[in-house]
Every structure is written in C-alpha cells, then in structure tokens.
Write a protein that binds this ligand. Structure first.
Ligand code: BF8
Length: 618
C-alpha cells in the first residue's frame, strides 16, 4: 500500500518510509501477508473448543460434530473474547491491590499512599468505617474488600453502588449483575466448554455480565487504586508525537499498561547519580516518554510527554534514538524485540506474565522496585554510548496537549459539583457527550477515524472524552489544547472557553474508562434517571483488542449507545448480530452500531442525542 494510505501522520509516514528503506518489516507488511483472512474466523464460525473438531460452520456444514450451530459457536467465541479482555483489565486491577497490600504490610518502601483523602472516600463508599481510623487500617480493609471482589463469596462487586438503582435492578432482573470478577471470567470459560451453554442469547447475557465485572469491577479498582497510590490526576500541559524523543538525551520509552512499573522508572530516571552518568556519556539528561496506556497513566499524573499510540510503537524505535523500551503487559507487539535488535535499543520486559523471547527480563517486584528501576534506567543510560548518530531521524517537533482530567479534577474545575455541567447540558450549550476510546488497527488508515469522529462531534456541540490510544491521536491533531475550542460548535466553545479547557478531554488510559462510567452514574443520579436516558454515547472507532470489545460491551450493558468502526467476529450468526445491534435495546436500553465513516457516525450520535434530550424534556 502507498504510505499515504496507512496513516494520517507525517511522523508515522517518515518512519514507515525509513523502515522500507532499511528493509525493516512493520505491522503493515504483516497485515498484507495475512490478507485475506480466514473467512470462517472472520465470521466467528470456527470452533476449536474440543478435539471432535475443529469445526467450521457454513451453509453446507450447518452444525459442528457435537451439533452446535452457527449461533452457538459465534456466541461461544465472542464470550471467550470478552473474557480475555475482562481478564486483562481486571488482572491489572489486582496487581494494584497487591501493591496496596505490600504497602500495608510495610514491604513496599518505594510506594506509598499518595492520595489519602481519596482512599478514605472510596473506602467509605464501599462501606468501610473510616472515622478516626489509622490510614493503614483503612487501606487494609479496602484491600480485603477489593480482593473479595475477585472471588465468589459476594453477591455483587463493590463499586456497582456507583450505578443508579434502576440500572442495578435491570441487571438483577436480567441475571447480569456481576458477582465476582474472576468468577464471571471462569464461568464464561465453563459455559463455553463443550456441552454447556448452548443457547446463544444466554451466553451473550453472561458475556455482558463478564464485561460489567471488568468496567465496574477490575478496571474501576485499577483506576481508583492507581489514584490512591500515585495521586489523582489534575490538569497539566505536556507534549506528544515522535518529536518528544530528544537527540541530545538518553531516551527511555515506557510501554504497556500498569503504572506500578513505569512510575518507578520515571522516579529512577530522576536519580542524580544516573543523570550525572548520562551527562558523563555526553547526554543532556534522561528523557522518559510514554507509549500506549502506561504512557497515558504517567502523562495524566506526572505530565511526561507521549511518543505515540499503538501503531507508533514500532515506529518510535525507528527514530534510532531510543536507548530502551521498557514494557509491562498488554498491546506490546512481539515485533518490537526484532526492531529493537535492528538498532542499539534495549527491549526490557518486566512482568513474568508477559515475557518476550529475545527481551531482557527483569522480574519486577514491589519489594525491590526502585533498585530494579535504577538497574533498568542504568541500562538505558549506558546504551547512549552505543547509539549510531548517523541513523538518528526524529521527524518532527512535538505538539502541546492538556491532560489530567479525572472526575475529581473536572468537578473541581466546575466549582465543586456537577451542577454547572448539568446546567450546560440542560440549556443545550453542551448537547451531549461521547467517550471515544480504544486502539489503532492497521486495517484502518491510522487515526483517521479517531480524529475524524472527534472533530465531527465537537462541531456539533458534543463534548468528547478520550481515553487509551485515541488520546494521542486527539493530541497530535491539536484537539487537546484549550485553543481547540475554535474547532467546536458555539455552545461547547462558550463552556470550554470559560473554563479554559479543551473540547476533547484527556480522560486517561483504557482502564480509566471506568472514570467515564462513574461520571455517567453520577450524572444519571443527579438527574434522577437511568444511564440509558442520558444524551451520551461511546465509540471505539479503530479498535482491535479483546479489552476494547469488553469496554464496548460494558458500555452497552450500562445503557450507553456504542459505536464500533468495524464489527467483532460475530457476523456468522444472525441471532448474535441482531442481538448486538438491535435486541439489546429492549434489554439494556442501548445497542452497538457499526459504521466505518466518521461523518455518518457523528450523525448517528447526533440523532441519538437529540432523541435522548427530547426524552429528558430538553
Ligand atoms: O488498553 S487503546 S491499543 S494500548 S487496547 Fe491497547 Fe487499544 Fe491502545 Fe491500552 Ni486500550
């Protein structure tokens, strides 16, 4: 494909060109080699769940060996897909509880409770006595409560209390209330074992329950405990694109999702001895930049610059100026090890559950975090001497972005309550809000949909909340600065202008979609309605991952009309497809819709928001 068809960004184009010149393979070549994909897999009609098969369902062969039809096979495959996504987010959440546990037990001296007020607030919310108690005692009870959310001895996960009562009643009546996080994931594996749940709609209901366990459970715990341990984000300025990589500095990029590793790396990079060593080797200093969601985590709290999103991860190494790429888990292409090997870049993995053949493995533990982080940063610093200046190409200057919009920060900016926001929605200055979330996928021209949709929505006075890889796209397009109000409709321009904020708010990483759920719950409660009554929507335009599918499904199951730029692998079943794009409306008050065109997508949201506003009498 011509490079111009692959991405909207000049920095990406320059690096893809360099890759082609140097004979380095990227995701784009591999996609081409894999195309056309297997039609059965695309439709979701392949079953590999037992060895009587594998089976492929078609008109000619309508049933697998066991008798399962296309509906059953598609639902089972989709259910397991969702379980994978929910497991990823939730296991990340559990890792935060384990760090809290290590803090409570005095075993993690490098971590601390940074936002005590937030810990007390969330502990009280989940029914823990906080009055006059020692903070560590409160932390211990919170830790037990959240560990308990993963098991099977509760009737529902604790943060469900943040959803409106009518929504919770709806979930109860549909058998959709998530009980334990691990329980729902394990039950999905059980249900989809041969000879269990052979009723597609029933499997889909459990898929929704599993996704809700992620959104209101694992992800929410991940977000909230990250705030407690590393601080709740507040608005701040930073920069984005490959231009954040500095020719005269040691460049270390953090990639993955969990701030437990990246926060320590950043702290270690500020160690005076390591900075002095970098200078000794001729660098001006140590520059820590972000990729993907752990980048978002550090950006939100510490303001580090952002090198790029998912499809920029390979390309960042191609600048030839990255001394080390340090990863934890999720969304890390194993090809990075190969590309790092074409340069002096060290690829360092830090999680036993996400090791990469050919990478340098550091088994990162909370107990020894700073010591290990210094070891990693030191490897990057020493690598500066190995850099080949002749191969360095940093293709652009960085652009400014504003970040740090936690719900707490938004409420503070609004003067202490959501009332001004409700007022702005009521008088139509802000007609509604859409969360644009998720990934890049090489099947799309990189960020064309992510940016195109955001621009179309703000023009229509629809506020955009961005998370995950969409944040960097929005930032590079100039949408994350207060001046972007010039691209917004008159109402949004007025409101954001008076608050000095952009019309697209950087709301964090992918687990931070839980912040959007919480905000929707609070808005619905303020208005005395269900979430499905609000003029809101969600979109994952260029999604690829199991996690993004889980996010989409928990949004729909929470009552939020949700757009996907391309369908999951479900089109082989009419029952499952119809349920996703139609039938769920009757059950949960929202559906998915699939649309690859950003303008048409914005129109669909516009119609929906109009209808919801009318329903609220606005
Ligand atoms: O969790 S947006 S490509 S980095 S899956 Fe991955 Fe998608 Fe990026 Fe973060 Ni989310």
């Amino acid at each position: 494909k011509p490079i111009d068809d692959l991405t909207i960004w000049d920095d990406a184009k320059a690096m893809i060109k360099k890759a082609r010149e140097e004979g380095i393979e990227t995701v784009h070549e591999r996609l081409q080699m894999q195309t056309p994909h297997c039609k059965f897999c695309e439709l979701g009609t392949t079953c590999r769940n037992c060895t009587m098969g594998p089976c492929r369902i078609s008109k000619k062969m309508p049933r697998g060996v066991c008798g399962a039809d296309a509906d059953v096979v598609v639902a089972r495959n989709f259910g397991r897909f969702i379980a994978g996504g929910a497991a990823g987010h939730s296991d990340h959440g559990r890792d935060l509880i384990e760090v809290l546990e290590a803090i409570v037990e005095g075993e993690a001296k490098d971590y601390k409770i940074t936002d005590e007020a937030k810990l007390i607030r969330i502990a009280a919310e989940v029914g823990i006595e906080t009055e006059g108690r020692d903070i560590m005692a409160v932390a211990e009870d919170a830790m037990e409560c959240f560990f308990g959310d993963f098991g099977s001895r509760k009737s529902e996960v604790a943060f469900l209390s943040r959803a409106p009562k009518v929504r919770r009643d709806k979930w109860d009546s549909l058998n959709m209330t998530p009980r334990g996080i691990d329980r729902e994931i394990a039950e999905m594996m059980h249900r989809t074992h041969m000879g269990c749940d052979n009723d597609a709609p029933n499997t889909m209901i459990h898929a929704a329950r599993t996704a809700l366990a992620d959104g209101w459970g694992g992800s929410m715990i991940g977000t909230e405990l990250s705030d407690v341990i590393f601080g709740t984000p507040t608005p701040k300025m930073s920069t984005a694109n490959l231009g954040i990589i500095k020719e005269d500095q040691v460049n270390l990029l953090v990639h993955g999702h969990n701030p437990v590793v990246s926060e320590m790396i950043l702290a270690a990079a500020r160690d005076p001895e390591l900075v002095a060593r970098a200078k000794e080797l001729g660098a001006e200093g140590i520059n820590v930049g972000g990729l993907c969601c752990t980048g978002n985590e550090l950006l939100m709290r510490q303001g580090i610059p952002m090198a790029g999103n998912h499809l920029m991860t390979e390309l960042a190494i191609l600048t030839g100026a990255v001394e080390a790429i340090v990863v934890d888990y999720q969304c890390i292409m194993p090809s990075l090890v190969t590309i790092a090997g074409c340069y002096h870049t060290k690829f360092i993995d830090t999680a036993n559950k996400a090791r990469f053949t050919g990478g340098i493995h550091i088994d990162f533990q909370p107990k020894t975090a700073m010591e290990q982080a210094k070891e990693i940063v030191s490897m990057a610093v020493e690598g500066f001497a190995e850099r080949d200046a002749g191969r360095v190409d940093i293709p652009c200057e960085p652009v400014s972005i504003m970040t740090g919009f936690s719900n707490e920060a938004v409420i503070e900016a609004l003067g202490g309550s959501l009332d001004p926001l409700v007022q702005a929605i009521a008088n139509g200055d802000i007609r509604g809000a859409v969360g644009i979330v998720g990934c890049n996928n090489p099947k799309f021209k990189q960020d064309s949909m992510n940016v195109g949709l955001a621009k179309e929505l703000i023009k229509r006075d629809i506020l955009v909340l961005a998370t995950g890889c969409v944040t960097t796209a929005a930032g590079k397009a100039g949408l994350l600065v207060p001046e972007a109000i010039e691209m917004a409709g008159p109402g949004l321009k007025k409101v954001c202008g008076s608050l000095g904020i952009p019309p697209v708010l950087h709301y964090g990483s992918c687990v931070d979609n839980s912040r959007i759920l919480q905000l929707c719950g609070a808005l619905a409660d303020t208005l005395g309605v269900d979430i499905s009554d609000l003029p809101v929507g969600a979109s994952s335009p260029e999604w690829y991952s199991e996690k993004a599918a889980a996010i989409g499904l928990y949004a729909v199951a929470s009552g939020i009309y949700t757009h996907l730029g391309h369908p999951p692998n479900i089109l082989g079943s009419e029952t499952v497809t119809n349920l996703a794009v139609e039938g769920l409306e009757d059950l949960v008050g929202a559906t998915f819709f699939i649309e690859p065109d950003p303008v048409k997508t914005a129109e669909m949201f516009d119609e929906r928001i109009k209808a919801k506003r009318k329903g609220l009498g606005l």
